[in-house]
Ligand binder design. Structure first.
Ligand code: AHM
Ligand code: MG
Length: 353
């Protein structure tokens, strides 16, 4: 493999050598040819929107941003005010730049086609504007997740107007994916297919600064992340996997495991990208027709690509998530992702049934 490029980090260099998100993206475009100009613009605009969302999140009770709205989203969940604000910020920031054909969001039933008064581009942007909404009012980390596809990837000559059908591409077709976690720090995490990079928001400068590159998830871990209160509803392979973790040193795994559950996928996956671990939100028996809780296209796919780009794995127990052909925009999926050896193990338990 090619030797990795070396970078300077703030701790080793002067402030003037810090690498901004803009510079990182320009280098990806110029040096690696990975990033068409329009895609670079798109990512800068998403980052700018995340800064605005971060500001709103930080205001908390000082702004009119806390608590429930009076509306329900397409999933039948009561929306929080911040869900709506974050959705609007992302749409307003992205609709005029000429880089997008349409957007789709957890908070909107149908796709949002770029209005006629603006030029239309070739990209499709999907997002969960504010993931982990139940944490907003208790001042715990939340985040924005996004995924970028190209319109008509399988039919570049298509001239039909953009439709939901254009979005129904497997995650392996993503051209960029990332999330922004609003925690003790605001951190933007990004992949364009050349590994995973992390950028910390410098509030004084108002810009994202590169703080980690070539992120790698260790293949082994002693930490799992799952909502244990649902244990009795899981199917047998997931019960077996978690029971073996719980059995610790004396059990078949021969080691003690730790458990963490933030109830924000963004925060849980951020921990896994930082120090390893496995995250599971499996199918369960209560609503057997539902494939899982999390949404495939704007939650599982972008997170799966980031995790794979960092050397981890992501499956639904039976199949690589990125290979799933979506049938509808708000499709749900069972999720197991993180340290490769653990994901491989729980996936293998599904095939031995
Ligand atoms: P949301 O998109 O409505 O916020 O729901 C998704 C969230 C994930 O971030 C998190 O992993 C999960 O739901 C938490 O679920 P639970 O309430 O079962 O702990
Ligand atoms: Mg969500």
């Amino acid at each position: 493999p090619q030797p990795r490029r070396q970078r300077f980090y703030p701790s080793q260099t002067t402030m003037t050598q810090r690498i901004s998100l803009t510079r990182y993206l320009v280098e990806q475009q110029r040096v690696h040819g990975l990033l068409p100009g329009d895609l670079r613009l798109l990512l800068e605009v998403v980052a700018r929107a995340c800064k605005r969302i971060s500001q709103a999140v930080n205001k908390g009770d000082l702004g009119d941003v806390m608590g429930a709205a009076t509306t329900e989203n397409v999933q039948g969940e009561i929306q929080k005010k911040l869900d709506i604000i974050a959705n609007e910020v992302l749409i307003e920031a992205n609709e005029w730049g000429g880089h997008l054909a349409a957007m789709a969001s957890e908070e909107m039933e149908d796709i949002y086609v770029v209005p006629n008064r603006f030029p239309q581009g070739e990209y499709l942007l999907m997002f969960d504007p504010l993931d982990g909404s139940s944490n907003i009012d208790v001042n715990v980390s939340i985040g924005t997740i996004f995924s970028v596809l190209k319109k008509g990837h399988d039919n570049p000559n298509a001239i039909e107007p953009v439709s939901q059908q254009d979005f129904l591409q497997p995650g392996s077709q993503q051209v960029a994916a990332g999330y922004c976690v609003y925690g003790p720090q605001t951190t933007l995490v990004l992949t364009v297919g050349d590994g995973v990079a992390m950028f910390t928001l410098d509030r004084e400068q108002g810009s994202f600064v590169l703080t980690k590159e070539h992120v790698q998830i260790p293949a082994d871990t002693k930490e799992f992340s799952i909502n244990m209160s649902n244990m009795r509803h899981w199917d047998e392979p997931v019960q077996r996997y978690v029971n073996e973790c719980l059995a610790g040193k004396e059990g078949p795994r021969g080691k003690d495991f730790n458990m963490r559950w933030v109830a924000s996928m963004v925060a849980d996956v951020h921990r896994i990208l930082t120090r390893g671990g496995i995250f599971l939100y499996p199918w369960d028996k209560r609503e057997p027709e539902k494939a899982g809780k999390l949404r495939l296209m704007y939650e599982a796919n972008p997170m799966s690509w980031l995790v794979e780009q960092a050397g981890g794995a992501a499956t639904n127990g039976r199949q690589r998530i990125l290979d799933i052909q979506p049938g509808k925009l708000h499709e749900r999926v069972s999720v197991m992702m993180g340290s490769k050896n653990e994901v491989d193990r729980v996936t293998s338990y599904h095939s031995t049934l």
